[in-house]
Design a binder for this molecule. Structure first.
Ligand SMILES: C/C(=C\C(=O)SCCNC(=O)CCNC(=O)[C@H](O)C(C)(C)COP(=O)(O)OP(=O)(O)OC[C@H]1O[C@@H](n2cnc3c(N)ncnc32)[C@H](O)[C@@H]1OP(=O)(O)O)C(=O)O
Length: 368
């Protein structure tokens, strides 16, 4: 009788066996189609603390009951970046497990602050747009709108629209795969003349008034409120694979080195939301953030791989008085104690290359 584990027999078996595929190719997505994701997760305190600890998001409201109560929460809520990763994680098997890369996200909205651990998620996506990639014939570009709900109450918790490159089953004929606009004939990227402000100012502190004052100081001068954060976080096995897997994110980009050897990056890459969360963690460590409101124009510019170090840079775009706090976070720290600040954050690596950018609006505490 043939021993199927004999090397020759096994090689023949592998060659002839059909592969039971996971995930969907570009051709499988039809605009307007709704996809209900099966692996909805139950948010956990452990998961939130693992995520927030590893990404340097150490706001005590997500760790200590006494501080959570001052924000109007009955118990320590899960960290918003962990919530986002759990909503996205549940969608990956259906949407992006096949490979390709996370390119960007729009309209990220946190509909409810202070989501407690124990909440069971239901996640649903609608295919918004499918487009051919003119530069990469092996891929198409798909945008989905994804919403995470509290499965028990039906409350919307978070929603966004994300865009990925997705492998095609049948590559189309196209010229210039891999060439980027801005590459010169010798392959070197041409750098445009920098058109940034003459003077970069930093706020004196992390309260709403500090951001407002710094913007007022910059007003009428060739100046911007922009600064870098000192901390860095080197991507390791935990951040590259454990964090996405702990949120049921099955994207092979983060845990299958064998499959990734034959991909544009050539190796496993950090999950975009890990890179983002690290950069936002650095930024939040220099803010008195009350709660997250929204993010827009998020882009993933380049690969982050194990051994790369993620740093953060922030530009303050706006700081306005608001009464949104009352609606977003009840309790003594809500409403009158907060102002709304809009930032542009850039994550960059040890070679000072941007790897992520996005705008973010948060409620930031006022000085008592
Ligand atoms: C989760 C999860 C996956 C991940 O988290 S993967 C890790 C995070 N993402 C990355 O590391 C990707 C970083 N980006 C890159 O390295 C480069 O952008 C990339 C993917 C190599 C592509 O670079 P290229 O220079 O070849 O091309 P472009 O940047 O010009 O983009 C290719 C085409 O895509 C279009 N495009 C880019 N961004 C967007 C966007 N935000 N919205 C819509 N379309 C976008 C761009 O216009 C190009 O189109 P063409 O028709 O000209 O091909 C998971 O998967 O679940």
């Amino acid at each position: 009788m043939t021993d199927w584990t004999d090397a020759d027999a096994f090689a023949a078996a592998l060659e002839r066996a059909e592969t039971r595929e996971k995930g969907n190719c570009f051709e499988d997505f039809a605009e307007g189609e709704t996809v209900e994701h099966d692996p909805g997760l139950r948010l956990s305190r452990h998961g939130s603390e693992l995520w927030a600890g590893q990404t340097l998001n150490h706001d005590p409201a997500y760790w200590r009951p006494s501080v959570a109560r001052t924000r109007g929460y009955d118990e320590v809520p899960v960290h918003p970046d962990y919530l986002l990763a759990c909503v996205m994680g549940a969608s990956v098997e259906d949407l992006s497990e096949k490979g390709g890369y996370f390119l960007g996200r729009e309209d990220l909205r946190y509909h409810r602050p202070g989501v407690p651990p124990g909440t069971e998620l239901r996640v649903e996506s609608v295919v918004e747009e499918t487009a051919e990639s003119s530069s990469r014939p092996a891929y198409g570009i798909v945008t989905w709108e994804t919403t995470g709900y509290d499965a028990a109450t039906g409350d919307r918790l978070l929603s966004y629209s994300r865009t990925n490159m997705i492998p095609r089953r049948e590559p189309i004929a196209a010229d210039g795969e891999g060439a980027s606009a801005g590459d010169s004939e010798d392959g070197q990227a041409e750098r445009a003349d920098p058109d940034i402000a003459e003077e970069l100012l930093a706020p004196d502190g992390g309260y709403f008034e500090d951001f407002r004052d710094a913007l007022d100081r910059a007003d009428g001068r060739d100046a911007a409120v922009a600064y870098r954060h000192e901390r860095g976080r080197t991507i390791d096995d935990t951040t590259v694979a454990q964090l996405p897997l702990a949120t049921l994110n099955t994207a092979k980009q983060h845990h299958n080195a064998d499959a990734m050897a034959d991909s544009p990056s050539g190796e496993i890459v950090a999950y975009g939301d890990v890179t983002r969360s690290i950069a936002l963690g650095h930024a939040r460590s220099d803010e008195r953030t009350l709660c997250e409101v929204s993010c827009d124009d998020e882009r993933f510019h380049d690969f982050v791989t194990v051994g790369d170090t993620v740093y953060g840079f922030t530009r303050v775009l706006d700081a306005t008085e608001t009464d949104r706090g009352a609606a977003l976070a009840d309790g003594p720290e809500g409403g009158p104690d907060a102002g709304e600040v809009t930032f542009e954050h850039v994550a960059f690596n040890q070679r000072d290359e941007p790897v992520y950018s996005g705008t973010r609006t948060a409620l930031v505490r006022r000085r008592d």
